[in-house]
Structures are given as C-alpha cells and as structure tokens.
Design a protein around this ligand. Structure first.
Ligand SMILES: C[S@@+](CC[C@H](N)C(=O)[O-])C[C@H]1O[C@@H](n2cnc3c(N)ncnc32)[C@H](O)[C@@H]1O
Length: 305
C-alpha cells in the first residue's frame, strides 16, 4: 500500500481539535493513547469526503453547511458498537428474578399497569430484545402497557436494531433456553429474526444521551440499562447523563451499568440495592411507597426495598 492509498496522516494538534469536537457533541473522550485508533477510523471519513489533510476535515466539520451531518458520520466511525444477546448474564438473571418482581410490586402500589425500560446506548438492539424476552418470560406484566425503548447516537446501528435480524455471533452468550424467541432467517450467514411478540414490545429512537430533554418522550421509566457506554465518556458528560437518568427514573426505579462501571465520583443521589446475585443502583423510593416498617419491638432492621 502506498502512502497516497492510505489517506491523510493526522498531526497531534489536529487530533486535539477533532477529539474535542467529538467530545462536545457525543460525550466520548479519546485520550492521547487512542491517537492511532482515532486517526485510522477518521481517515476513512476524510477519504470519503475527498479532503487531503485533517485540518481541512476539521474546517469541513466546523463550517461547511453539511458539517453537522459529517460530525455524525465521524462519530459513527469512532464508536464501539460491540454488543450481543444476554451480555453480562448474571446481571440479567438478577433483573429477571429480583428486579422485575420488585418493579411489579412498585407499580401495583402506585396503581400503574405500565412498565417502561430504557436501554440507553443500545447499539444494534440485542440488549433491548434481551430485556423484552425477560419481561415476557416473567409473565408478571401480561396485559400491561409494556415498552422497552432503545436509543443510540448512531443511525446505522439503529437500522440494524429495527430490522431485528442477527448473525450467529450475536447469539454466542445466549442460553439455548431462549431459542423459541427467534426464527430462522434466510441470510447467507444463517441468521435469526426476533419473533413478533418480542418485537412488538420494543421501540428505537435516534438521540444523543447528552441531549437530556430528548428523553422526556419516554416519560418516567422503571429501569435503565446503560452498559458499556459511559466508560467512553469524560467525567462531566458522564455526570450530566447520570443526572438525566435520575430525573427520568421512577422513585424506586433501577439503574444498571456495565460490570466494570460504577457511580463512584459521579453521583451520590442513588442508593445501592443488594440483590441475591448482583448489586445495582436505585433511585430512592418515595416514603409513601415504602412498605410499612417492621414492628419496633422485633428490633430487626428493614429489608432492602
Ligand atoms: C459498546 S455499545 C454498548 C451496547 C449495549 N449497551 C451493551 O452493553 O451491549 C455503546 C453504544 O453507545 C452509543 N453511544 C455512544 N455515545 C452516545 C451518546 N452520546 N448518545 C447515545 N448513544 C451513544 C454508541 O453508538 C454505541 O452503539
């Protein structure tokens, strides 16, 4: 491959300008160690636009009438979209066995027959459909108004999510028990399609988690999964997104992060809920919705609800 074939090279000052632009728009932060990945991923965009250096690419993003569209393309080229069905299965088990019954109880106490779960940064949708399968299997919400909503900043991945057809490697962590929620699809790689009764619970929307007001279309939600998204954000953007989650959650609603993520140095507004198989975050319950305290004479503390 010749130098010309490989496209423009990025200078360090260009890297800093571009990564700050991407950070401001998406929350994702690329540190100096990510330089080569960042350069490689954006080189394809620069080549697609026909610009010969990254200063011109930056000028295009900032000042061209279609610059905002190209920032979205750049972000699309830079994001990590890795996801699959039943990812981090132990947490999903806790969700199915522990959290869903608690959400059911909370809704019944609040005289609601509505369940809304938000997969924030859902990528190609496997997480959304996984959650819908768990809700269906629980049978707790039959006949309720159930919505599992996924959003992402990338239109490309949402197109795949809406189609609901997946290649074999998307199922690599899925126990065979859930095969009944998929049907064969005639694709070259032997893909499978999510069945309609699962799809009918799911919706997808294109919006940026930094634009907090956009999530108001969801109303109050019972649980939020935001796994493997905020690890790529700078601390201020992470804080802002988490504040938005707090506002969106029902009191007593749950927030699930990825297994390596925590709210340490991000927020103290949530409490930790200790479940049999996991620890998750919860927006504190409004006092009127708490179950009655145990009689004072027993001397025992309250449970975890
Ligand atoms: C690694 S995937 C995580 C998918 C899924 N949550 C999981 O854990 O399997 C991260 C996703 O977050 C999305 N993302 C990154 N920044 C975002 C933002 N500001 N708003 C919405 N989505 C964003 C990316 O486009 C990508 O699809």
């Amino acid at each position: 491959m010749t130098f010309l074939d490989s496209g423009p090279r990025m200078r360090r000052d260009e890297f800093r300008l571009l990564r700050d632009l991407v950070n401001k728009r998406s929350g994702m932060f690329f540190d100096d160690a990510s330089f080569f990945v960042f350069e490689r991923r954006l080189r394809e965009r620069a080549k697609a636009l026909g610009v010969t250096d990254f200063s011109s690419y930056y000028q295009h993003l900032r000042f061209h009438p279609r610059g905002a569209e190209e920032i979205d393309e750049a972000i699309d080229a830079l994001v990590t979209n890795e996801t699959y069905f039943f990812r981090e299965e132990y947490q999903l088990r806790a969700f199915g066995e522990d959290i869903l019954p608690r959400l059911h109880e909370l809704a019944v106490r609040g005289h609601r027959k509505r369940l809304v779960i938000w997969s924030a940064g859902c990528s190609t949708g496997e997480e959304v459909y996984t959650l819908a399968i768990l809700v269906l299997r629980s049978r707790l919400f039959d006949g309720w108004d159930v919505r599992i909503f996924g959003n992402d900043i990338s239109k490309r991945v949402l197109g795949i999510a809406r189609r609901g057809v997946y290649p074999r490697h998307s199922f690599r962590a899925m126990p065979a028990l859930y095969d009944e929620y998929f049907e064969p699809e005639a694709t070259p790689g032997g893909g499978r399609r999510v069945v309609d009764r699962v799809r009918s619970l799911c919706q997808f929307g294109h919006f940026n988690l930094l634009e907090r007001e956009r999530a108001s279309i969801l109303g109050r939600v019972d649980a939020i999964f935001c796994r493997n998204v905020l690890i790529y954000f700078d601390p201020a953007s992470r804080r802002s997104v988490i504040e938005g989650f707090y506002e969106r959650l029902q009191p007593g609603g749950y927030l699930m992060l990825g297994h390596s993520e925590s709210l340490l140095n991000v927020s103290t507004a949530f409490e930790l809920a200790h479940l049999a198989a996991d620890m998750v975050y919860r927006r504190p319950v409004a006092p009127s919705l708490l179950p009655p305290p145990p009689p004072a004479s027993t001397g025992r503390g309250g449970g975890d609800r």
